[in-house]
Design a protein around this ligand. Structure first.
Ligand SMILES: Cc1ncc(COP(=O)(O)O)c(C=O)c1O
Length: 383
C-alpha cells in the first residue's frame, strides 16, 4: 500500500503534508520477529532462511572487538570511519579517499538517490531485483526504468543498455542478483561499461561478491583500473554482521564528496566500525572455508529441490530462487513452511510473486527445510 491514498481518496491533514513523490511509494513492512512467530504458532524452534544472512556467527576477532567496544560507547563514533576505511583501503588496494562506509548498503543506496536524483531523472535497473534501488528512486520522485532479466536470472546487460536514455543518471547492475542469484559475466560487464554513455553513473551492487566463484567480476578491480564506477559491498552476508548494519561503497572520491553532503555524520556506529575492521583482519583465514561450505550446501539444496520436482534458478550467491507456479501457491507454500517452523521469503516484493527465495543455512537447517518443503508440497498440492 502506498503511504498516501490514491487521488480518489481524500487524504487526511497529516497525509497532505507528505511530499508528492511518496504517493507512489509503499513503506517497508517489517516482518514479525522470529520469537513472535514461534510463540503464536506454538513452535519449539524456528529456522530462518529468509533474509540472506550468512548462517555463521561473526568472526572471533569481530566478537572480541564488539566486546571491547562495549565500554567505549559513551562517545560518538568516528564520523570519518578512519580505521575501517584504512583497513578496506589496504585490503582492496584503493585509496582511502575512494572508500565510504555506510549504515548498510541500504543507507548508501538512499544517499546516492538523495544526492543525484530529482523528479524527471531516471534510474535504470533490471527487475526482479533488489527493492531498495526501486524504493530510493520512488522516494526522490524520479523515474525507474526496468529491463527484463536474462533467462538464467542474471542481468541482461544488452536489455539494460536499451533502458538508458538522456535522462538516466544512475544505471544499477545487481550481481549476483537478489532475488534470483544470477551473476553477469565479467567480460559482458566490461563491454556494458564501455558502451554506456558518459553522462550515466554505473553502480555495481556486489552485496554477494564474496560468494562469487573465481574468475567472476570484481568491481573494485575495475575502479582500481580507473573505471568511473561505484561499487557497493556489505558485511551483512559473508561476514555475518547483518545486525550491526555496515557496508561500503568504492567510488571516485568526487562522488563520495557529493554523498558526504547528505550523509549523517555518525552514519556508522562505533561497534559496527570496530567489528568490520576486525573482520577484515581474519578474512583471508576464515572467509574461503565458509564460502566453500555455502557453495557445497547450495548444491545439496538445489539437488534436493530438484528431487522434489522444483527447478531453482542457477545461483552464485547464498540463496536460491524457486519458482513454484503461481503467487497463490507461493503464498500457500510459505504458510505451510511457516507452520513447520521454516521461514523463507516469498519473492513478490522483489518482482517475482510466483517464487520463493530460500537462503542457504547450515547443513542441518537446509536438511530440515527440505523435509518441511516435501511435506508442504504434499499439503498444498500440484500447481
Ligand atoms: C543486492 C543487495 N544489495 C544491498 C543489500 C543491502 O545490504 P545491507 O545489509 O548492507 O544494507 C542487500 C541486502 O539484502 C542486497 O541483497
Amino acid at each position: 500500500m502506498p503511504l498516501v491514498p490514491s487521488p480518489a481518496v481524500e487524504p487526511t491533514p497529516l497525509q497532505q503534508l507528505a511530499r508528492t513523490a511518496l504517493a507512489g511509494v509503499a513503506p517497508y513492512e517489517p516482518g514479525r520477529p522470529v520469537e513472535e512467530v514461534q510463540r503464536e504458532l506454538g513452535l519449539e524452534r524456528v529456522i530462518k532462511l529468509a533474509s540472506n544472512e550468512g548462517p555463521h556467527p561473526p568472526f572471533p576477532a569481530a566478537v572480541e572487538a564488539i566486546r571491547d567496544a562495549a565500554t567505549l560507547q559513551r562517545v560518538y563514533p568516528d564520523p570519518g570511519c578512519w580505521a575501517l576505511r584504512d583497513a578496506l583501503s589496504a585490503r582492496l588496494g584503493v585509496p582511502a579517499a575512494s572508500v565510504m562506509p555506510g549504515n548498510g548498503v541500504d543507507s548508501i543506496i538512499k544517499l546516492l538517490c538523495l544526492a543525484l536524483l530529482e523528479p524527471g531523472d531516471e534510474l535504470a535497473m533490471a527487475w526482479p531485483s533488489f527493492i531498495s534501488w526501486r524504493q530510493g528512486t520512488g522516494v526522490m520522485g524520479a523515474t525507474l526504468r526496468t529491463a527484463a532479466l536474462g533467462a538464467g536470472g542474471a542481468y541482461d546487460l544488452d536489455a539494460l543498455l536499451e533502458r538508458v536514455t538522456p535522462r538516466t543518471k544512475i544505471v544499477v547492475v545487481v550481481s549476483p542478483n537478489n532475488p534470483t542469484g544470477g551473476a553477469v559475466a565479467a567480460d559482458a560487464l566490461e563491454r556494458f561499461l564501455d558502451a554506456l554513455p558518459g553522462h550515466v553513473l554505473p553502480v555495481l551492487d556486489e552485496a554477494y561478491f564474496e560468494y562469487l566463484p573465481p574468475g567472476s567480476h570484481d568491481g573494485v578491480a575495475l575502479v582500481r583500473a580507473g573505471r568511473r564506477l561505484a561499487v557497493t559491498r556489505t558485511f551483512s552476508k559473508a561476514y555475518g554482521l547483518a545486525g550491526l548494519r555496515v557496508g561500503y561503497m568504492v567510488a571516485p572520491p568526487e562522488l563520495l564528496k557529493l554523498l558526504g553532503a547528505v550523509r549523517n555524520a555518525f552514519d556508522v556506529n562505533a561497534v559496527a566500525q570496530a567489528a568490520a575492521t576486525a573482520s577484515l583482519a581474519q578474512a583471508d583465514e576464515l572467509l574461503p572455508g565458509r564460502m566453500a561450505e555455502i557453495a557445497a550446501e547450495r548444491g545439496m539444496v538445489a539437488s534436493g529441490l530438484r528431487a522434489l520436482g522444483l527447478e531453482p534458478l542457477p545461483s552464485a550467491a547464498n540463496f536460491l530462487m524457486v519458482p513454484v507456479g503461481t503467487p497463490e501457491r507461493a503464498n500457500a507454500l510459505n504458510q505451510a513452511l511457516l507452520r513447520r517452523g521454516i521461514i523463507v521469503r516469498p519473492a513478490g516484493p522483489f518482482g517475482a510473486p510466483a517464487a520463493l527465495r530460500i537462503t542457504i543455512g547450515l547443513a542441518h537447517e537446509n536438511a530440515e527445510m527440505l523435509v518441511a518443503l516435501a511435506a508442504s508440497l504434499g499439503e498444498v498440492g500440484a500447481p
